[in-house]
Design a protein around this ligand. Sequence first.
Ligand SMILES: [Mg+2]
Length: 174
Amino acid sequence: MKVALDVDGCVADFYKAVCKKYNQDYNNPVLFWDTPFIVDNWKEIAADTTMWRGLEVMNEIDFDFHCYLTSVPTHIIEHRQFWIDSNNLPNKPLVVSYDKVAVAEEIGLDILIDDKPANVEAWINSGRIAIQYIPYYSKMPIKSPHYTTNFSDIKPMLKHFKNKHNGEKRIKGV
Ligand SMILES: [Mg+2]
């Protein structure tokens, strides 16, 4: 089963960086996706390549996955790759798209790990498995039966899905 891993809000602490930039408290709970100060300042945020290159790593990745699946603006792709390399994160393809389900159809992805409720919901609606990671600041709606606030839960969750998948294949006799 091919696993896609989102970057911001899962491994990169984008939210903390923008809070610091605009003197906001990153420990305030976030109730919905489109935080007004981020939306209002998006052009400036998108242009701040120093910020993108310096994002804090919020979680260590201790499981195998197929690719990063991220929705950064096109001009940020090279800076995202720099960020992955400079933090010694696993060397996996960096796939960039605003339509993650379309990518899943195209390259055959099965499981998505993502913090954005709308992404999780769309992925599940496409008949796939999504693990919703809930970062420390998030009080956003939970859209998947498979969710966690603890990134280290993901490895055993993936193992469970893989075992189940292999078991189903055996039952079908393939
Ligand atoms: Mg994200």
